[in-house]
Design a protein around this ligand. Structure first.
Ligand SMILES: C[S@@+](CC[C@H](N)C(=O)[O-])C[C@H]1O[C@@H](n2cnc3c(N)ncnc32)[C@H](O)[C@@H]1O
Length: 248
């Protein structure tokens, strides 16, 4: 299924409201992961990027890319949405970096172009993983790293669509989550843990770690209501997984 056109339209349409609502949180400081804005200093997911060639898959307004560029990385921000890229261009600041319009499932880069490919609920959530993961592996140099977070299948299975609320009650099957309708024909993607392992290994990657962040009760979450409020302290939410993978 080709979700690129619908996802592009969706993000072009919501970009302004999304940045208005979320940039103050996710752009408040460098290197904040996900909807609970957990500092990378707590997770050690990315490491030192100075001097590295870095690709962000689905960079949005570039909150991450501009931080890594300021640290001395040679960053490319890729996104499918021109509205999101325009927001990134406006927010770029002094440490400039190139922006490329493209899709995670069809990367316009030569093999071995990057030392690090990463995203924070970006291209690996909004493109079919069986297409996007091999693309990420292809553009990594030998020994490079893919670091990314995606929503937890627990979160998706416990999301009560009618109430727009995440609860402890299972609403959907774990098996067969696959595609999540995001509105207006847009789609995000979800795999079982076993399928993630198979897709990553199938692309020639070696799994180093799966970090499951556990926000303290009371940590602000600017994205989804949960009941109980400390849901993410008790079950893995978004982000759940930083698959830290190296190429063989
Ligand atoms: C939730 S944002 C992630 C960006 C940033 N980390 C954030 O939290 O705002 C998802 C981004 O993925 C982009 N996107 C959607 N489908 C994509 C695709 N197939 N390839 C690359 N980027 C895509 C969207 O345009 C959007 O900017």
């Amino acid at each position: 299924m080709d979700s690129i056109p619908a996802n592009r339209r969706f993000w072009n349409r919501i970009s302004s409201d999304y940045q208005h609502g979320h940039d103050p949180q996710i752009g408040a400081a460098p290197r904040l992961w996900g909807m609970y804005s957990i500092p990378d200093t707590h997770l050690h997911a990315l490491g030192d990027v100075a001097g590295k060639r870095v690709l962000e898959l689905g960079c949005g307004a570039g909150q991450w890319s501009r931080a890594l560029a300021a640290e001395g990385a040679t960053v490319v921000g890729l996104d499918v949405s021109e509205a999101q890229l325009a927001a990134a261009a406006r927010a770029m600041g002094a440490a400039g970096y190139p922006l490329v319009q493209g899709a995670a499932e069809q990367l316009p880069f030569a093999a071995g172009s990057f030392d690090l490919v990463f995203c924070d609920f970006g291209g690996l959530s909004w493109a079919p993983p069986h297409l996007a993961v091999p693309q990420a592996a292809r553009v990594l140099r030998r020994g490079g790293r893919l670091v990314f977070n995606v929503a937890s299948p627990w979160f998706e299975a416990c999301y009560d669509e009618a109430a727009s609320l995440v609860t402890p009650t299972l609403q959907r099957d774990y098996f067969g989550l696959n595609t999540i309708a995001e509105g207006d024909g847009a789609t995000s993607y979800q795999l079982t843990y076993g399928d993630w392992v198979r897709v990553l290994r199938g692309a020639g990657l070696v799994i180093d770690d799966l970090i499951e962040p556990r926000p303290d009760p009371g940590t602000p979450n600017g994205y989804n209501e949960t009941d109980p409020l400390d849901w993410a302290h008790r079950w893995p939410v978004r982000p759940v997984g930083f698959w830290k993978v190296g190429t063989v």
